[in-house]
Design a protein around this ligand. Structure first.
Ligand code: GZL
Length: 364
């Protein structure tokens, strides 16, 4: 996925865009015309709001309510797409059910939304319904996870999940070297099957593991939930107790479940523990756990796409053409200060020592 960083758009979207510090994704300016891929958006300025009073009707088909990250993402959208900001939001929690999500998008078409926002539960199966949106002249903006089998949308705002996985691997390499850990035997609790976040984080970590000759003993989906993380970790403790020294959880809620399971199995983790515990998302309560030494490292996935989406909608209303891909800024956190920088895809990225001051300064 070619990274495009819009300078013009960035100027307008100072709130949420990539600031290249702290392990965030950086990208080079480039132009692309998404209107070509979504003619309906080619002249959105002509699309007068369907409410007639200037209010923009926005339909948002959200993945579900499976995690703290999701809660933050939903709150961000509800805060931004408010009546006070000139929006009428139709929000559908699709409960991690792809059929429900397609149904929600079709209902938005029927309701004559001005814009449709989708956080796709899975990366495929989208071209038919996105074609229907296109034919209805309703611009679609994708957030967070990606659509990999269609480009019939105006823009995507989110994270580079493979970079998150690569950063995790590069940090683990540096951490193990500093601690004199010669052998890595890892267990991975993956996210939801088919989600681009799962695919990217898995691919990124595996790439480093293969390069470094690490062993991934097992890799199972915990579906991005605490219950799923606990269930998978209980199984891992049964099958691999005494064989593993790293657990990679692909989100914070899975890490919470894994901690419960390891506590019950008498397995120590975190700083000074037998197992290095790594998580993704970096929700504030879990950055606190990094600070407290329970989690060794946490790789942020920024849930605050809504402000950027609103700026894109406003740009479209003015007939401007937004960039096709916009990356949100992200940071990497560690419990100790023995690794302060890593190199990912040739870029130096900061690893932030999660002090209490850092935690207190976290926005979400
Ligand atoms: C990633 C997002 C993932 C989070 C999980 O961008 O889609 O889904 O990492 C969430 O916490 O459930």
């Amino acid at each position: 996925m070619k990274k495009i960083f819009s300078l013009a758009l960035a100027a307008a979207m100072s709130l949420s865009l990539v600031a290249c510090g702290g392990g965030g994704n950086t990208s080079t300016p480039a132009a692309s015309n998404p209107a070509a891929s979504n003619p309906a958006a080619s002249n959105p300025a002509v699309s007068t709001p369907s409410t007639g009073d200037g209010t923009l009707k926005v339909g948002f088909a959200q993945v579900g309510h499976e995690s703290d990250w999701r809660t933050a993402s939903t709150k961000s959208a509800q805060d931004v797409f408010s009546a006070a900001n000139g929006y009428e939001l139709s929000f559908v929690d699709c409960d991690n059910d792809s059929a429900k999500q397609l149904e929600a998008v079709r209902s938005f078409i029927q309701q004559g939304m001005d814009y449709i926002i989708i956080d796709p539960i899975v990366a495929t199966g989208w071209d038919t319904v996105l074609t229907e949106c296109d034919e209805a002249g309703i611009p679609v903006i994708i957030i967070d996870r990606t659509v990999d089998d269609s480009d019939k949308y105006v823009a995507w705002v989110g994270s580079d999940f493979k970079v998150e996985g690569l950063a995790c691997g590069e940090w683990l390499k540096a951490y193990a070297a500093d601690k004199g850990i010669g052998e890595i035997n890892a267990l991975v609790i993956e996210g939801s099957v088919g989600a681009s976040a799962t695919i990217g984080r898995t691919d990124g970590f595996k790439e480093i593991a293969e390069r470094e000759g690490w062993t991934i003993l097992d890799s199972q989906s915990g579906d991005f939930t605490e219950a799923g993380g606990q269930e998978v970790m209980e199984s891992f403790c049964q099958s691999y107790k005494g064989q593993f020294n790293v657990v990679i959880c692909q989100n914070d809620n899975e890490a919470a479940g894994a901690m419960t399971a390891m506590d019950q199995a008498g397995i120590t983790y975190g700083v000074g523990g037998d197992v290095i515990l790594v998580s993704f998302d970096a929700n504030k309560p879990y950055v606190q756990m990094v600070c407290d030494g329970k989690i060794n490292a946490n790789f942020e996935c920024n849930p605050m796409a809504a402000p950027t989406v609103s700026e894109i909608i406003q740009a479209l209303e003015k007939g401007e053409t937004p960039e096709k891909e916009v990356y949100v800024s992200e940071h990497w956190f560690a419990a100790e200060d023995n690794v302060t920088s890593i190199t990912v895809n040739g870029e130096a990225q900061e690893v932030i020592h999660a002090t209490q001051e850092v935690v207190d300064g976290r926005p979400y």
